[in-house]
Design a protein around this ligand. Structure first.
Ligand SMILES: C[S@@+](CC[C@H](N)C(=O)[O-])C[C@H]1O[C@@H](n2cnc3c(N)ncnc32)[C@H](O)[C@@H]1O
Length: 295
């Protein structure tokens, strides 16, 4: 066999090196394996029939049935209260809370009424931040307990030195694609707990997935136009549970448990507009600072 010339050998070696440089490595060893998705373990034991009857929390605060057009169905609002607060009372007692995308103040008020010491709401739409302050004032919560910051949540969290025991990220994860900024901002608050309530059409699929969607910034409950928006459209993502676990892991948080939506829907005859929770496309997840919880 003819011997390969030095020139051909060098060209081959160069091509092989270029191939390796251009392609991402696939077989390298990871120090931290991606978190596994054990939905059964996160969902906890089955609750006893009858144990998940709703308290109809918002009947005491009926202004919230009128001050927004977003997610308003009475049953939905009241069952969400049980999933977000009723199941997590222990973390709200005496806590300082940050409510991301605080809207009309519904969950800021719920946090205070469930035992929180103080709440900071962050809301991009000024008319909603004003409505929230008015709603809270009408129910007796003044500036000593609650304040609303008008601004882009990513920006506010990264530029202001806000601290909290609990961060609420309710109905917001699917109105952004800026996950690094958001999670870095949440990490900077030093929160021990984070509650996420969110939707994905692929929520329970085992592989991390972020579903991309275009929203229009002129709709009340949707993403606002921000520094990266081109034209009227805002590019947002809807991460599923596996993607949320991966993102949280990158910032040393993890999902501790999922709220018992199956029990809530079993035990309450009024459940209008809760199909997304019933189909497990929407979840309420209690997350914890892994560095503290696992220490
Ligand atoms: C679907 S609503 C959720 C309201 C409430 N948190 C809930 O779960 O019922 C989304 C809210 O996010 C607000 N929002 C959208 N983009 C935002 C941003 N970049 N920073 C802060 N708030 C934003 C909207 O104005 C709206 O009030």
């Amino acid at each position: 066999m003819a011997r390969m010339s030095l020139k051909v050998q060098s060209a081959r070696a160069l091509r092989a090196a270029a191939w390796r440089i251009e392609r991402p490595q696939t077989g390298f060893r990871r120090r931290t394996p991606p978190p596994s998705l054990d939905v059964a373990a996160l969902s906890g034991a089955d609750s006893a029939p009858g144990s998940r009857s709703a308290s109809w929390f918002f009947e005491q605060f009926p202004r919230f049935y009128q001050t927004s057009a977003t997610g308003l169905a009475t049953a939905r609002l009241n069952l969400r209260y049980e999933a977000i607060f009723g199941e997590n009372r222990d973390i709200f007692a005496g806590a300082s809370v940050i409510d991301i995308a605080s809207h009309d103040g519904r969950w800021s008020l719920a946090a205070l009424a469930t035992g929180a010491r103080a709440v900071i709401g962050i809301e991009a739409r000024p008319e909603l931040a004003d409505a929230a302050a008015e709603n809270l004032a009408r129910y007796g919560y003044g500036a000593d307990r609650v304040r609303f910051i008008t601004g882009d949540a990513h920006e506010v969290l990264s530029t202001q030195d806000l601290k909290a025991d609990v961060v609420l990220c309710l109905g917001f994860l699917y109105h952004t694609l800026r996950y690094n900024e958001l999670l870095d901002g949440i990490r900077r608050t030093s929160a021990r707990h984070l509650i996420i309530d969110t939707f994905s059409p692929h929520m329970m699929e085992p592989t991390p997935n972020v579903d991309l969607v275009l929203e229009y910034g002129d709709e009340e409950g949707k993403a606002v136009a921000d520094a990266y928006t081109h034209g009227p459209r805002v590019l947002v993502g809807r991460p599923n549970l596996a993607a949320i676990q991966t993102m949280l892991g990158a910032y040393d948080y993890r999902v501790e448990r999922l709220s018992d939506w199956a029990g809530l829907l079993r035990d309450n005859s009024r459940k209008e507009d809760c199909d997304d929770y019933a189909n497990r496309e929407r979840i309420t997840a209690r997350c914890v600072d892994a560095t503290v919880a696992d220490a």
